[in-house]
Design a protein around this ligand. Structure first.
Ligand SMILES: Cc1cc2nc3c(=O)[nH]c(=O)nc-3n(C[C@H](O)[C@H](O)[C@H](O)COP(=O)(O)OP(=O)(O)OC[C@H]3O[C@@H](n4cnc5c(N)ncnc54)[C@H](O)[C@@H]3O)c2cc1C
Length: 397
């Protein structure tokens, strides 16, 4: 097995690394200070530079004008983009748009593609994905209350959603709603495109996350859908196919997230090594001379390298043998890498002392905004349960 970077993507990865280090990271502080929505001009300028450098939309399939990278290659790109909280956004590869692009490309009608997919791919509009409800367990999404009732050639949608990431400023939401309440559990819901200017679409608030409500793309909204009427033509895929499409969306998405988290780990590792080799804890010695700090560094290196190999193995298995063959690997990396990331961020904060909890470094941002990694796309416990059950089934058989 060859563990070297594929030669096909090496130059691309180097260019992206350079772009992130010289253009994106220097802009972070100002964007965080102003807030995301108020930083529109800065971010659009970075996006224009990204397009001019031929780097826009690295995850897009060739049919949409992208590079057509496989999952392993895209995973490696995602790690580089993950070195800045702004990386994926600047490159047009951010969640939830990247996932929505995938499903619109795969399941959209020609009219839906022309109206929604084309401007989304170009970065002219943004979108959101509205599935989770405050009254129901997101970890069991077959329990949905939001309903879309057929009325002639329209659906009328009523429901309460929250944690609809990036709804603030989005042009449309893809809403998961029950259309077939008497069907089997996994055939009850459909995905329906709802323009956010439709009467009855009410974005109540951006939810505060540990004190920060965010804005624009960097926010999570609570939304009421009250008597929202949209044409039946806005349904994505067949009626009742919502869960099937959701699975398509989540499979590659977990690889992208895990590799993004590895990018975060590398950034945090780098910051920590720089800090402890500079920070004197007595007139002669730096923090780096202390065995406890050295042990953390060694453990972090091992954890990051192990994580990367595991994620690339899962990506390679999907590329070669399809998502079904990689289900256990995907569950494994989802909880393992999220945990490694949070542990590294916590240790980095600790080794930075009081500086670690200020907004003078990116660490506090990660501490607050990446904690959700252990909850979204399947909480840790659900992935552990799925993995253990499948392993133990083989023993009991
Ligand atoms: C940052 C962030 C962004 C998000 N973005 C979106 C988005 O764009 N669109 C969207 O629709 N949703 C989004 N979500 C919601 C996310 O999908 C849900 O939070 C997730 O599915 C968990 O659902 P829940 O919060 O209702 O927790 P619950 O389902 O109530 O679970 C609570 C906890 O119970 C435990 N648990 C759950 N099930 C089991 C089990 N079977 N066995 C043992 N323990 C269990 C876990 O510890 C879990 O964290 C986002 C969430 C976060 C944190």
């Amino acid at each position: 097995m060859d563990f070297a970077l594929p030669e096909t993507v090496r130059p691309l990865l180097e260019t992206i690394e350079q772009f992130i280090a010289t253009m994106v990271i220097p802009a972070e502080h100002e964007v965080f200070e102003r807030g995301f929505a108020a930083s529109h001009a800065i971010l659009e300028d970075l996006r224009a530079k990204c397009r001019a450098a031929g780097l826009w939309g690295p995850q897009l399939p060739k049919a949409l004008g992208g590079l057509g990278l496989g999952l392993v290659e895209h995973g490696l790109v995602s790690e580089r983009l993950g070195r800045s909280p702004l990386g994926h956004y600047v490159f047009g590869a951010q969640a939830p748009d990247a996932g929505n692009i995938e499903i619109l490309h795969q399941f959209g009608t020609d009219a839906q593609k022309a109206r929604w997919l084309a401007p989304l791919v170009r970065g002219e509009i943004r979108s959101c994905f509205s599935m989770t409800e405050p009254e129901n367990p997101g970890s069991n999404p077959t329990m949905l209350s939001c309903a879309a009732v057929r009325d002639g050639d329209h659906y009328v949608i009523d429901g309460h959603k929250w944690f609809t990431t990036a709804a603030d400023g989005a042009a449309f939401a893809i809403v998961m709603a029950v259309t077939n309440p008497t069907a089997s559990r996994h055939a009850q819901a459909s995905m329906i495109i709802v323009p956010t200017d439709t009467p009855g679409f009410d974005r109540v608030r951006n939810i505060k996350i540990m004190g920060d409500a965010g804005s624009g793309w960097a926010s999570h909204a609570e939304i009421w859908y009250r008597n929202v009427r949209v044409p039946v033509d806005n349904r994505l895929g067949p009626e009742g196919a919502g869960f099937m499409i959701a699975q398509e969306r989540l499979g590659p998405g977990r690889i992208h997230h895990c590799m993004r988290w590895i990018g975060i780990c590398e950034r945090v590792f780098d910051l920590t090594c720089r800090h402890i080799t500079q920070r004197k804890i007595d007139p002669e010695k730096t923090l780096a001379t202390r065995q406890i700090a050295q042990a953390w560094i060694a453990e972090a290196r091992a954890e990051i390298d192990a994580s990367r190999l595991m994620v690339l193995n899962a990506a390679w298995t999907i590329d070669q043998r399809g998502f079904h063959a990689a289900r256990e690997l995907v569950s494994t990396i989802k909880f393992f890498v999220a945990d490694v990331m949070m542990r590294l961020v916590d240790r980095a904060v600790q080794l930075h002392g009081a500086l670690g909890i200020t907004d003078d470094t990116v660490l506090a941002h990660y501490y607050v905004h990446e904690r959700g990694a252990r909850i979204y796309d399947g909480p840790d416990e659900v992935h552990k349960m799925v993995l253990a059950r499948r392993i133990l089934d083989r023993y009991s058989a």
